[in-house]
Structures are given as structure tokens and as C-alpha cells.
Design a protein around this ligand. Structure first.
Ligand code: NAD
Ligand code: DAU
Length: 354
């Protein structure tokens, strides 16, 4: 079968990647969507069960640092677009294992950029390399105000954000030096189904259900700007197709919450859905030692994306949180398999012959 386009999505078995793969496979039946994912602890093919049989979807298990494999994929499928999400993504892990973050986030991005540059040399027309980045590259805002714009100077504080900042710099360098047609999006905190339960929202929903403590870092006063994951996937689709080459676009929900207030909403929502009395799980909150280098506040100004490409978030936070809590409570099997590590053993066996 001939496809109109052949798009390589990396990290498509992760949280955001799986939502993006689903959107692209369903919205563009004439595109072949190739999902390259190493299936680390964070990657899970169960996130994509509903698309695995689609004729325009292909899964390849592999490492974005494996240059030979990436070249083979480019050649075999005639890749003409890349949307790069594969990364080590959890700040706390980056504090314990910074080298793993440098390897995947910097060297992996550089490998993809270089294969794209060589593969597309002399015929860059119609090609597109979209790098998925984060608002964390901008550092921390004062509690008193201000927002990150595309002009904000990079000021990363964690090994995770330093590795993402570095990868963003390489993407710009490949555009400026080699004319690679790149775009970057910097998004705020995502929430929704299929997020690995090391991140605040799924971790706390699961802990409330199991009546385990809820470890809030510091005084719980840090502020994050939350966006429903499907709204991020729609923004990526728009920027990939219509964003201006060489540009970056901020993506955010204009939806700031102090962690402590967000946790109160989570407790209330879970208790209500489980039929517990009001206040039943309040006592689970524990204030614990703060994350080293914990950024005080993030807030994204996405005016450019809204004005240029007409994007706006579709879900109100209250609705999104209810939907998310309900999903985790209804998908206990997914949560149990992820927390028990069963799915990792399953995929190790399945792919052991590769
Ligand atoms: P995730 O940790 O849920 O998923 C990462 C995916 O990448 C997994 O499927 C994993 O198996 C895969 N992967 C890791 N190393 C790989 C390698 N070497 N080769 C191939 N695949 C590999 O991450 P996420 O939260 O979905 O984030 C996706 C991207 O979006 C990341 O680049 C992250 O920096 C960025 N981002 C995330 C958020 C957020 O709130 N989660 C916000 C802004 C930007
Ligand atoms: O801003 C975008 C970033 O959002 C992405 O680039 C990252 O990949 C993603 O992991 C996320 O980073 P955060 O560090 O903001 O997300 P996390 O869910 O780990 O934490 C959210 C807030 O909650 C943060 O202020 C730390 C706090 N926290 C987190 C955990 C896991 C707690 O207080 N206790 C916890 O147990």
C-alpha cells in the first residue's frame, strides 16, 4: 500500500505519545504512522491496544540512539516527517540517574536530527522535524507573576530540564546550520489517561484508592500549569502541519494550580466517585522533604499558538480531572499491571528474539 506520508513518531508507547499516535492514525488514514519506542519502564503497548490492528500503523521496538536502526527505518519507509517525543521524562529520576537522561534526551535527539539531515539532504521541501519539548527549559517563575513566552531565556535547573534544553539547542542548530525544517513545541504539565503512576496525578489517585500516604514535596505550594493530554496532541498535530519552520510554540492551558490545592481536588473527586464521605482521605496528605532544585512556578503564555494557528484548550479543568480520575478508577487492571511490572516481563519475552 502506498501512503501519502510516512511519519516517524518516537516514544509513541508513552503517555503523550500514545494519545498522539491514536489521533494521527485515526485522523490521517492516508499516512503511515511508524511508532519507534524502546518500551522502557514508561512505554506500554497496552496504551495503544485500540490502534494496533490499523492498516496505517506500524510499531518498531528500538532505541532512538541506535543510528543504524533509525537509518534503516528512514530508508525502508521513506520517512518524510518526524515527531520526536521519546525521552526520559521524570524529574525525580533525573536527579538519581542524570546520565540516562543525557543519553536518551540529548544523544537520542542528535541521532534523529543527523539521520534526518542526511536522509533529506538536497530535498528538504515538504519535510518536517517536530521536537516535543517542555516548559521546564525556561526554569522557574516568581510566585508573584509572569509567564513563559517563546522569548523567555532558557534557565533549566534539573538534569531532566537541562537535557531537554540541550536537545532544543541542537534542534535550532540543525535548522540554522543545515537548513533542517524544524519546529519545537514547549508544553506545560499534561494530565489524563495512561500516565505512568510516578507522576503526581496518577500516583495520588492510585494512593488515595489504596489508602496510602500522599507525599507532597515541601509545603505543597509549588505551582504547575495543567493541560489535558488530548489538547496537547491536537496542538502537536496543528504545529506539525502548519507551524512555521524554524519557530517554537508554547502550549499551555492557562490553568495554574498550587500542588496542595490540586491534591484537595483529587481527594474530593476520588472520594466522591468511590462513595466515601467528604473529607475521608484528607488525612493521607504528608508533607515530605522537598525535591532538590524544585522549580517554584510554571505558567505558559500560548498566545502565539492561539493567534497563528487557532488552537485553544477544549476541556475545562474540572471536567478534565473528573474524566481522568474516572478513567484511572475504571482501569484498575492497567494500573495494577503497570505498578506490578508484569507488562515489562511480558514485553521482554515477546521481543527477546529481536
Ligand atoms: P513518558 O515517560 O510517558 O514516555 C516516554 C516514552 O519514550 C516511553 O514510551 C519510553 O518507552 C520511550 N523511550 C524512552 N527512552 C527511549 C529510547 N531511548 N528510545 C526509544 N524510546 C524511548 O513521557 P511523556 O510524559 O509522554 O513525555 C513525552 C515527551 O513530552 C517527552 O519528550 C517530554 O519531555 C515531553 N513533555 C512531557 C510533558 C508531561 O507533562 N508529561 C509536558 C511537556 C513535554
Ligand atoms: O512542565 C512539564 C513537565 O511536567 C514535563 O516536562 C515532565 O516530563 C513532567 O514529568 C512534568 O514535570 P513535573 O516535575 O512538574 O511533574 P510531576 O508530576 O513529577 O510533579 C508535579 C508537581 O508535584 C511538582 O511540583 C512536584 C510535585 N510532586 C510530585 C510527585 C511525584 C509532589 O509534591 N509529590 C510527588 O510525589
Amino acid at each position: 500500500m502506498n501512503f501519502e506520508r510516512n511519519i516517524l513518531i518516537t516514544g509513541g508507547a508513552g503517555f503523550i505519545g500514545s494519545h498522539l499516535v491514536r489521533l494521527m492514525v485515526e485522523r490521517y488514514p492516508t499516512y503511515r504512522i511508524i511508532n519507534l519506542d524502546l518500551l522502557t519502564y514508561a512505554g506500554n503497548l497496552a496504551n495503544l491496544k485500540d490502534v494496533e490492528g490499523c492498516a496505517n500503523y506500524l510499531f518498531v521496538r528500538g532505541d532512538v540512539c541506535d543510528r543504524g536502526l533509525v537509518e534503516e527505518i528512514f530508508e525502508r519507509y521513506g520517512v518524510d516527517g518526524v515527531i520526536h517525543l521519546a525521552a526520559e521524562s521524570h524529574v525525580d529520576r533525573s536527579i538519581r540517574e542524570p546520565f540516562a537522561f543525557a543519553r536518551t534526551n540529548i544523544m537520542g535527539t542528535l541521532t534523529l536530527l543527523d539521520v534526518a539531515r542526511r536522509g533529506w539532504e538536497g530535498r528538504m521541501e515538504g519535510k518536517r522535524f517536530h521536537h516535543i519539548s517542555t516548559d521546564e527549559v525556561f526554569g522557574a517563575l516568581e510566585m508573584s507573576g509572569g509567564m513563559f513566552t517563546e522569548q523567555t531565556k532558557y534557565d533549566p535547573h534539573s538534569p531532566y530540564s537541562a537535557s531537554k534544553a540541550s536537545s532544543d539547542h541542537f534542534v535550532r542548530a540543525y535548522h540554522d546550520t543545515y537548513g533542517l525544517p524544524t519546529v519545537i513545541t514547549n508544553c506545560s504539565n499534561n494530565y489524563g489517561p495512561y500516565q505512568f503512576p510516578e507522576k503526581l496525578i496518577p500516583l495520588f489517585i492510585n494512593n488515595i484508592r489504596q489508602r496510602k500516604p500522599l507525599p507532597l514535596y515541601g509545603r505543597g505550594e509549588n505551582v504547575r500549569d495543567w493541560l489535558y493530554v488530548e489538547d496537547h496532541a491536537r496542538a502537536i498535530d496543528l504545529v506539525f502541519h502548519h507551524g512555521r519552520v524554524g519557530e517554537s510554540y508554547n502550549v499551555g492551558g492557562n490553568n495554574e494550580w498550587r500542588n496542595i490545592d490540586l491534591v484537595r481536588v483529587l481527594i474530593k473527586t476520588v472520594d466522591r466517585l468511590l462513595g466515601n464521605p467528604e473529607g475521608y482521605s484528607d488525612s493521607l496528605v504528608r508533607f515530605v522533604t522537598d525535591r532538590p532544585g524544585h522549580d517554584a512556578r510554571y505558567a505558559i503564555d500560548s498566545t502565539k499558538l492561539q493567534k497563528e494557528l487557532g488552537w485553544e484548550p477544549s476541556l475545562q479543568f474540572e471536567e478534565g480531572i473528573k474524566k481522568t480520575v474516572r478513567w484511572y478508577l475504571d482501569n484498575q487492571e492497567w494500573m495494577d499491571s503497570v505498578t506490578s511490572g508484569d507488562y515489562l516481563r511480558y514485553y521482554e519475552e515477546m521481543y527477546s528474539g529481536r
